[in-house]
Design a protein around this ligand. Structure first.
Ligand code: FAD
Ligand code: NAD
Length: 488
């Protein structure tokens, strides 16, 4: 994960309250990402004696250190700059000598991370969770050995353990990620200069978010994607609309292109690919971001000393209760199957802690929303239109464009739409897909509605404050129920 910079920020704190004479725990959580630290908090809340093991000297995992939080800090900063350059004048605000201070932008991002990470340290103390900074590995189905970062080793016994060791960036076999010119998202959060030309391999979430950051700061960004759409796992309308919107930001898209070689020489990177016609094409750039997914991380975890099994993708195998091959060892988050999302990991952390405590929790995986923090933002929950077609589920569709929204006109955020898919017979909402301003926040209404199995008619009849972006969801529901949208 390359968090050398963060270990300097965070002082190694071994909690004073740890009684080293008794190293038996009800629950030992390995990994302090959003899955692990939330599992630890919920376990402690339920009265279990809990320990958390983290190999970096900084809690919070990928999400807080090199993922969700720092990327959103960079997205927010770059968006301010982009707006200052492109839309302030229209708003009647004139600026001169505007320039990017990337060093300050990256420093602010570091401060945001530091504060967030310290918040987790506080939460561990508050909940009387013993934190061990060091690499954890299983010695058996009931023992964990920790190679402490401060030196020495410690052996802990547990009744239950939760594997929450997360994921690392994946790559392609022929790519050498030198972390200087050929980089992953981790290095992209720490660049010392704004690239002149950044080639992004992989048009998924990281490609769109980090590509947006640098396109807004003035880089030419070329997205090379293997599939025929960007963000291909989301509803296809979202990918099409997002591509149209991002083209305005000097982003180029090469879809259905298979990358075959990446070569770095000095300050230049050459990327070669096969285009849809089977011809060889190549680009030259000063940076290449590889964002082709992430892989589960179980290195040095000692799984061979336990009954825990992994699948063909290296993910820890779990049953419906997230229990591994060992009855008392559970696994959650990026290291198991399913979406690699912080809030999915959190839900699973709570689920496992409550299961261990004898409760009967439940997760509805269909209702875990997915968000891409570009501008316009993209947010989805439930089934895509493609999935409904494949499952042969008959549906009604209603959409409403933001260009017909008064609120969106006031803020000059006219790109995008809300699309609602509802069961043709029962009108139950089956999927909501939003591309537009504040879509990340708007999707929560759809999640609540779908959790309570609302119909499109239900939302269409609820009062939505005017003027708000959420009126677009109401209008899309009106459109889905008899073409009754009012403002279009
Ligand atoms: P992680 O957060 O990866 O944490 C695992 C922890 O385990 C790490 O700290 C690791 O050091 C530790 N560990 C591993 N092995 C050991 C061991 N043997 N001993 C001790 N410790 C160990 N998701 C979202 O929902 N929203 C976003 O906006 C978002 N943005 C992202 C942006 C980027 C650039 C990236 C890379 C990811 C983003 N994600 C986002 C995904 C999100 O970060 C992950 O889904 C989430 O962090 C997974 O949580 P986790 O607890 O499973 O694992
Ligand atoms: P991703 O799975 O979202 O996208 C990877 C993309 O790379 C896909 O579109 C895939 O088709 C493409 N690809 C794969 N092989 C390729 C090849 N050889 N040539 C060209 N393209 C290729 O993965 P990511 O963007 O690397 O993100 C990793 C994980 O982190 C994701 O699971 C994502 O959910 C999570 N993440 C989430 C957020 C968020 O929630 N906002 C932000 C960043 C990351």
């Amino acid at each position: 994960m390359g968090r050398a910079n963060l270990s300097r920020l965070t002082v190694l704190i071994q909690p004073q309250h740890i009684n080293t004479s008794n190293m038996n725990y009800d629950v030992i959580v390995i990994g302090s990402g959003p899955g692990g630290y939330v599992a630890a908090i919920r376990s402690a809340q339920l009265g279990m004696k809990t320990a958390l093991v983290e190999r970096y000297n900084s809690l919070g995992g990928t999400c807080l250190n090199v993922g969700c939080i720092p990327s959103k800090a960079m997205l927010d900063s770059s968006e301010h700059y982009h707006n200052a350059v492109h839309s302030f004048k229209e708003h009647g605000i004139e600026l001169s000598n505007l320039k990017v201070n990337l060093k300050q932008m990256v420093k602010r991002k570091g401060d945001v991370v530091k504060q967030t990470v310290e918040g987790i340290q506080f939460l561990m103390k508050k909940n009387k969770i013993d934190v061990f900074y060091g690499h954890g590995s299983f010695e058996s189905n009931s023992k964990v050995k920790i190679k402490l970062n401060e030196g020495g080793e410690k052996s802990l016994e547990f009744k239950y353990s939760i594997i929450a060791t997360g994921s690392k960036p994946a790559s392609l076999p022929f790519i050498n990620i030198d972390k200087k010119r050929v980089i992953t998202s981790t290095e992209a959060l720490e660049l010392k200069e704004v690239p002149k030309h950044m080639i992004v391999i992989g048009g998924g979430v990281i490609g769109m978010e980090m590509g947006s950051v640098y396109a807004r700061l003035g880089s030419k960004v070329s997205i090379v994607e293997y599939m025929d759409s960007i963000i291909p796992t989301m509803d296809r309308t979202m990918g099409k609309d997002l591509q149209r919107a991002l083209r305005k930001h000097d982003m180029d898209f090469y879809l259905s292109h298979k990358v075959t070689a990446v070569e770095a020489k000095g300050k230049e990177v050459t990327v070669k690919a096969e285009n849809p016609k089977g011809e060889q094409v190549e680009w030259k750039a000063d940076y290449c971001l590889v964002s082709v997914g992430r892989k589960p991380y179980t290195e040095g975890l000692g799984l061979e000393n336990t009954s825990v099994k992994t699948d063909d993708k290296g993910r820890v195998e779990v049953d419906d209760h997230l229990r591994t091959g060992a009855d008392n060892i559970y696994a959650i988050g990026d290291v198991i199957k399913g979406a690699m999302l912080a809030h999915k990991a959190e839900e699973e952390g709570i689920f496992v802690a409550e299961t261990i405590a004898g409760q009967k929790p439940h997760i509805n995986y269909l209702l875990i929303p997915g968000v891409v923090y570009t501008w316009p933002e993209v947010a989805s929950v439930g089934h895509t239109e493609e999935e409904l077609k494949e499952k042969k589920i008959a549906y009604n569709k209603g959409s409403f464009p933001f260009k017909a929204s008064g609120r969106a006109r006031a803020s000059m955020d006219l790109d995008g739409q809300v699309k609602v898919l509802a069961d043709k017979e029962t009108d139950e909402i089956l999927g909501v897909h939003i591309i537009g301003p504040r879509a990340a926040d708007m999707i929560a209404e759809a999640v609540v509605a779908m959790e309570y199995r609302a119909s499109a008619e239900d939302i269409a009849r609820m009062s939505h404050a005017h003027p708000t972006f959420t009126e677009a969801l109401k209008e899309a529901c009106l459109a889905a129920t008899g073409n009754r949208a009012l403002h279009i």
